[in-house]
Design a protein around this ligand. Structure first.
Ligand SMILES: C[S@@+](CC[C@H](N)C(=O)[O-])C[C@H]1O[C@@H](n2cnc3c(N)ncnc32)[C@H](O)[C@@H]1O
Length: 210
Protein backbone atom coordinates (compact mmCIF):
# COMPACT_ATOMS: atom_id res chain seq x y z
CA UNK A 1 0.00 0.00 0.00
CA UNK A 2 2.70 2.46 1.10
CA UNK A 3 4.94 1.33 -1.77
CA UNK A 4 2.10 1.84 -4.26
CA UNK A 5 1.84 5.40 -2.97
CA UNK A 6 5.60 5.93 -3.43
CA UNK A 7 5.39 4.61 -7.01
CA UNK A 8 2.48 6.92 -7.70
CA UNK A 9 4.41 9.91 -6.31
CA UNK A 10 7.53 9.18 -8.42
CA UNK A 11 5.28 9.01 -11.48
CA UNK A 12 3.45 12.20 -10.52
CA UNK A 13 5.21 14.24 -7.81
CA UNK A 14 2.89 16.66 -6.02
CA UNK A 15 3.49 19.68 -3.80
CA UNK A 16 3.75 17.80 -0.49
CA UNK A 17 6.43 16.51 1.86
CA UNK A 18 6.77 13.31 -0.20
CA UNK A 19 6.84 15.33 -3.42
CA UNK A 20 9.58 17.54 -1.99
CA UNK A 21 11.62 14.49 -0.94
CA UNK A 22 11.23 13.01 -4.43
CA UNK A 23 12.38 16.29 -5.97
CA UNK A 24 15.50 16.18 -3.75
CA UNK A 25 16.17 12.54 -4.72
CA UNK A 26 15.79 13.34 -8.42
CA UNK A 27 18.06 16.39 -8.12
CA UNK A 28 20.75 14.53 -6.22
CA UNK A 29 20.69 11.06 -7.72
CA UNK A 30 19.57 11.54 -11.33
CA UNK A 31 21.79 14.44 -12.37
CA UNK A 32 24.50 12.37 -14.08
CA UNK A 33 21.91 10.31 -15.91
CA UNK A 34 20.02 13.39 -17.13
CA UNK A 35 23.30 14.97 -18.31
CA UNK A 36 24.17 11.79 -20.21
CA UNK A 37 20.72 11.54 -21.75
CA UNK A 38 20.91 15.06 -23.17
CA UNK A 39 24.40 14.24 -24.47
CA UNK A 40 23.25 11.01 -26.15
CA UNK A 41 20.43 12.87 -27.91
CA UNK A 42 23.07 14.37 -30.27
CA UNK A 43 21.56 17.84 -30.01
CA UNK A 44 22.77 20.24 -32.71
CA UNK A 45 23.06 24.01 -32.11
CA UNK A 46 19.88 24.69 -34.12
CA UNK A 47 17.85 21.62 -33.04
CA UNK A 48 14.30 21.69 -31.74
CA UNK A 49 14.44 19.45 -28.67
CA UNK A 50 11.75 17.96 -26.45
CA UNK A 51 12.25 16.38 -23.03
CA UNK A 52 9.28 14.42 -21.68
CA UNK A 53 9.01 13.92 -17.92
CA UNK A 54 11.64 16.54 -17.12
CA UNK A 55 11.06 16.37 -13.33
CA UNK A 56 13.03 19.15 -11.59
CA UNK A 57 14.56 20.21 -14.92
CA UNK A 58 18.22 19.14 -14.77
CA UNK A 59 18.06 17.54 -18.23
CA UNK A 60 16.47 20.68 -19.67
CA UNK A 61 19.27 22.75 -18.16
CA UNK A 62 21.84 20.49 -19.78
CA UNK A 63 20.11 20.29 -23.18
CA UNK A 64 19.90 24.06 -23.56
CA UNK A 65 23.69 24.34 -23.34
CA UNK A 66 23.89 22.68 -26.79
CA UNK A 67 21.41 25.07 -28.40
CA UNK A 68 23.87 27.83 -29.21
CA UNK A 69 22.25 28.85 -32.52
CA UNK A 70 19.39 31.38 -32.40
CA UNK A 71 17.17 28.80 -34.13
CA UNK A 72 17.70 26.21 -31.39
CA UNK A 73 14.61 25.71 -29.23
CA UNK A 74 13.90 23.63 -26.15
CA UNK A 75 10.51 22.19 -25.23
CA UNK A 76 9.65 20.30 -22.08
CA UNK A 77 6.54 18.38 -21.09
CA UNK A 78 5.59 17.01 -17.68
CA UNK A 79 2.20 16.21 -16.20
CA UNK A 80 3.14 17.17 -12.64
CA UNK A 81 2.18 20.73 -11.68
CA UNK A 82 4.83 20.66 -8.96
CA UNK A 83 7.65 19.60 -11.34
CA UNK A 84 6.41 22.11 -13.92
CA UNK A 85 6.71 24.87 -11.34
CA UNK A 86 10.16 23.73 -10.09
CA UNK A 87 11.58 23.42 -13.64
CA UNK A 88 9.99 26.72 -14.71
CA UNK A 89 11.88 28.48 -11.91
CA UNK A 90 15.12 26.71 -12.87
CA UNK A 91 14.75 27.76 -16.52
CA UNK A 92 13.11 31.15 -15.90
CA UNK A 93 15.63 33.20 -17.92
CA UNK A 94 15.49 30.89 -20.94
CA UNK A 95 11.69 30.81 -20.80
CA UNK A 96 11.53 34.60 -20.55
CA UNK A 97 13.77 34.93 -23.62
CA UNK A 98 11.65 32.44 -25.61
CA UNK A 99 14.50 29.94 -25.93
CA UNK A 100 12.63 27.38 -23.81
CA UNK A 101 8.95 26.55 -23.50
CA UNK A 102 7.54 24.18 -20.91
CA UNK A 103 4.15 22.50 -21.08
CA UNK A 104 2.05 20.99 -18.34
CA UNK A 105 0.51 17.88 -19.87
CA UNK A 106 0.81 14.23 -20.70
CA UNK A 107 2.87 12.46 -23.34
CA UNK A 108 -0.40 11.04 -24.64
CA UNK A 109 -1.35 14.49 -25.91
CA UNK A 110 1.71 16.57 -26.69
CA UNK A 111 0.75 20.21 -27.32
CA UNK A 112 2.95 20.58 -30.42
CA UNK A 113 2.13 20.38 -34.14
CA UNK A 114 3.25 17.47 -36.34
CA UNK A 115 6.91 17.09 -37.38
CA UNK A 116 8.53 19.96 -35.50
CA UNK A 117 11.04 18.28 -33.21
CA UNK A 118 14.54 17.01 -34.15
CA UNK A 119 15.46 15.38 -30.85
CA UNK A 120 13.43 13.81 -28.06
CA UNK A 121 14.78 12.50 -24.79
CA UNK A 122 13.34 11.15 -21.59
CA UNK A 123 14.86 9.50 -18.56
CA UNK A 124 13.29 7.32 -15.84
CA UNK A 125 9.93 8.07 -17.28
CA UNK A 126 8.21 5.76 -19.78
CA UNK A 127 7.27 3.09 -17.21
CA UNK A 128 4.92 5.61 -15.59
CA UNK A 129 3.02 6.34 -18.80
CA UNK A 130 -0.55 5.05 -18.75
CA UNK A 131 -0.34 3.80 -22.35
CA UNK A 132 3.06 3.17 -23.95
CA UNK A 133 1.60 2.94 -27.44
CA UNK A 134 -0.26 6.26 -27.25
CA UNK A 135 2.89 7.92 -25.88
CA UNK A 136 5.06 6.49 -28.64
CA UNK A 137 2.58 7.48 -31.37
CA UNK A 138 2.59 11.05 -30.03
CA UNK A 139 6.40 11.22 -29.88
CA UNK A 140 6.57 10.02 -33.46
CA UNK A 141 3.91 12.50 -34.57
CA UNK A 142 5.80 15.55 -33.28
CA UNK A 143 9.19 14.37 -34.58
CA UNK A 144 10.66 15.26 -37.95
CA UNK A 145 11.65 12.35 -40.21
CA UNK A 146 15.11 11.09 -39.17
CA UNK A 147 14.73 12.77 -35.78
CA UNK A 148 16.45 10.92 -32.94
CA UNK A 149 14.84 9.76 -29.70
CA UNK A 150 16.77 8.49 -26.71
CA UNK A 151 15.64 7.26 -23.34
CA UNK A 152 17.76 6.18 -20.38
CA UNK A 153 17.20 4.18 -17.22
CA UNK A 154 19.14 2.03 -14.79
CA UNK A 155 17.91 -1.50 -15.33
CA UNK A 156 19.76 -2.85 -12.27
CA UNK A 157 18.02 -0.26 -10.01
CA UNK A 158 14.66 -0.83 -11.65
CA UNK A 159 14.88 -4.57 -10.95
CA UNK A 160 15.49 -3.80 -7.26
CA UNK A 161 12.57 -1.39 -7.20
CA UNK A 162 10.30 -4.00 -8.74
CA UNK A 163 11.48 -6.54 -6.17
CA UNK A 164 10.96 -4.22 -3.20
CA UNK A 165 7.67 -2.74 -4.36
CA UNK A 166 7.89 0.56 -6.25
CA UNK A 167 7.29 -0.03 -9.96
CA UNK A 168 5.52 -3.31 -9.24
CA UNK A 169 2.79 -3.75 -11.82
CA UNK A 170 4.40 -1.33 -14.27
CA UNK A 171 5.73 -2.24 -17.70
CA UNK A 172 9.35 -1.59 -16.81
CA UNK A 173 11.06 -4.12 -19.10
CA UNK A 174 12.81 -2.50 -22.10
CA UNK A 175 11.56 -5.07 -24.63
CA UNK A 176 7.87 -4.03 -24.65
CA UNK A 177 8.90 -0.39 -25.18
CA UNK A 178 11.28 -1.38 -27.98
CA UNK A 179 8.45 -3.38 -29.62
CA UNK A 180 6.04 -0.45 -29.29
CA UNK A 181 8.56 1.99 -30.78
CA UNK A 182 9.06 -0.30 -33.77
CA UNK A 183 5.32 -0.77 -34.20
CA UNK A 184 4.61 2.96 -34.16
CA UNK A 185 6.97 4.11 -36.91
CA UNK A 186 10.43 4.22 -35.35
CA UNK A 187 13.35 2.49 -37.07
CA UNK A 188 16.88 1.57 -35.96
CA UNK A 189 15.63 0.87 -32.45
CA UNK A 190 18.31 -0.58 -30.21
CA UNK A 191 19.47 -0.67 -26.60
CA UNK A 192 23.00 -0.11 -25.32
CA UNK A 193 24.68 -0.53 -21.94
CA UNK A 194 26.52 2.65 -21.02
CA UNK A 195 28.78 3.87 -18.23
CA UNK A 196 29.90 7.32 -17.16
CA UNK A 197 32.00 8.09 -14.11
CA UNK A 198 31.05 4.81 -12.47
CA UNK A 199 27.35 5.13 -13.29
CA UNK A 200 26.06 2.14 -15.23
CA UNK A 201 22.90 2.74 -17.20
CA UNK A 202 20.95 1.66 -20.28
CA UNK A 203 19.84 3.68 -23.26
CA UNK A 204 17.30 2.96 -25.99
CA UNK A 205 17.80 4.82 -29.25
CA UNK A 206 15.22 5.18 -32.03
CA UNK A 207 14.94 7.14 -35.27
CA UNK A 208 11.68 8.53 -36.57
CA UNK A 209 10.82 7.32 -40.07
CA UNK A 210 8.07 8.75 -42.24
C1 LIG B 1 10.81 9.47 -11.82
S1 LIG B 1 10.49 11.08 -12.43
C2 LIG B 1 11.97 11.38 -13.43
C3 LIG B 1 12.26 12.83 -13.64
C4 LIG B 1 13.54 13.12 -14.40
N1 LIG B 1 13.46 12.69 -15.77
C5 LIG B 1 14.71 12.48 -13.70
O1 LIG B 1 15.21 11.43 -14.14
O2 LIG B 1 15.12 13.03 -12.67
C6 LIG B 1 9.25 10.84 -13.68
C7 LIG B 1 8.77 12.14 -14.27
O3 LIG B 1 7.95 11.85 -15.39
C8 LIG B 1 6.75 12.60 -15.29
N2 LIG B 1 5.69 11.83 -15.99
C9 LIG B 1 5.24 10.60 -15.66
N3 LIG B 1 4.29 10.21 -16.51
C10 LIG B 1 4.12 11.21 -17.41
C11 LIG B 1 3.28 11.40 -18.53
N4 LIG B 1 2.38 10.48 -18.89
N5 LIG B 1 3.37 12.55 -19.24
C12 LIG B 1 4.28 13.50 -18.86
N6 LIG B 1 5.10 13.39 -17.79
C13 LIG B 1 5.03 12.26 -17.07
C14 LIG B 1 6.52 12.76 -13.79
O4 LIG B 1 5.69 13.83 -13.45
C15 LIG B 1 7.94 12.95 -13.29
O5 LIG B 1 8.35 14.30 -13.30
Amino acid sequence: MLLDKVTEKFGHPTLSLTGWMIKKILENIHETLEINTAKLAQIQPDSAVLEVGFGPGLGLQEAIRYLTNAKGKLYGLDHSEYMYSVASKRLREQIASGKAQLFLGSVEKIPLPDSVVDRVFHSNCHYYWPDLKKGSVELHRVMKPEGVMVTTFKLHSIKKEVYFGPLRGKIWQPEPYIDVLQATGFKDVYMEDREDRGLKFNAIFATASK
